[in-house]
Design a protein around this ligand. Sequence first.
Ligand code: ADP
Length: 341
Amino acid sequence: MIQLNNITKVYKTKNGEFTAVNDVNLSINKGEIFGIIGYSGAGKSTMIRLLNGLEKPTTGSVIVNGEDIAVISGSKLRAARQKISMIFQHFNLLWSRTVEENIAFPLEIAGIPKGERAKRVDELIELVGLSGRGKAYPSQLSGGQKQRVGIARALANNPEVLLCDEATSALDPETTESILELLLDINKRLGLTIVLITHEMHVIRKICHRVAVMEAGKVVEQGAVLSVFQSPQAEITKKFVSQISDSNETKESIEQILSNYPTGKIVRLTFIGQKTEQPIMSQLIKQFNVEVNIVHGTISHTTSGPYGTLIVQIDGEKENVEAALNMLAQHEIQTEVIEHA
Ligand code: ADP
């Protein structure tokens, strides 16, 4: 659906050249929700502008639906861009127009006749859960409702790709959840391809199928969300993953655990997908005659299944503890023994 081949974007600035995107290769499948995560300055916004054709790459190609949007221009580019729609962090609504009029705006530009427009606007209002609010002005709406208008407007001309530029970053956590649910629902119902940029890992966890991690213009890691969560490779990815999975797990709390449980082995187990920890724990106890204490646990849910970490103390005869650890490794559970520093 979307293919970025060896994309580099160099900006010319007063102080010389600056490489904002550096040799990026990405391939985004039709119907998937693809997340690009990175801290400020990583190059995410530049990527979005390259994807919607607002910016041309210095080198490389941006193939959308078989067409290189980096080389086309004029009416061909306009036609290609009609298939790509966007929502924004600060909504970018027209403040002097009502909800209905905001949603109708792209339809007017596309020359859709009035009657048809009204029908489409009604459908869209219903789709995003704003029934009854059509005559309201943006200033009368909550943040979440404003983003719903943004989403309805973005969907008006039946795009194939929806780009989301930090679409939930200005919203409180509860509203963020409801907007992410709406995006998931639209992705499923319409089969819409969604590409989002964010600096928040919980957004990736909640709705993305695959993720690319950007740092200083480069994609340092990419893959299925569950596998990135299970075994993040790059340091920056580990930091993002720890934003959610280990939120209560600090160096101090680990030291505390180690001093509270001075014997046996303290082990961090990572479970992904449908595997549940319960049967494995009881098997450990029965089969190896060890004592297992659950010290700390978190579980998160991704679009492809649950992901959890559990810190346990395994105590008993040394060989039994070793045998138990071996068994865990054979179950393809990621096992990490935590020792005193
Ligand atoms: P992000 O969205 O991840 O914060 P950006 O893509 O906005 O990152 O920016 C990446 C880097 O490129 C930043 O250091 C930024 O200053 C620089 N940059 C972005 N746009 C321009 C531009 N038009 N001219 C010069 N430098 C730019």
